[in-house]
Design a protein around this ligand. Sequence first.
Ligand code: SF4
Ligand code: SF4
Length: 87
Amino acid sequence: MRRLIRVLLLGGMLVSCGMDPSLDSPITINHDRCVGSTCRVCERACPYDAIHFYGPEDKPVVDPDKCTQCGICVRECPYQAITGRPQ
Ligand code: SF4
Ligand code: SF4
């Protein structure tokens, strides 16, 4: 629960600053390319429950504590909105 609150706060703060909420993760989601909650492919594809939707635009945020950098979301996003350095 504490982790979820931290991600909510982090996502909210960065979204309000106009920054990418996943900046502190090696996996970055480009919110300009992402079509938002009508898609949710990345959220369903993540085997570690590391992607959730937050903020006024309801865009995905990566939880760096849960993300293992497996790279599945990078491959699965149909809009090439996710980049990173899969391990
Ligand atoms: S799969 Fe891509 S386009 Fe779809 S919600 Fe995730 S980041 Fe956005
Ligand atoms: S890289 Fe893997 S663990 Fe990290 S958010 Fe994407 S699917 Fe989830």
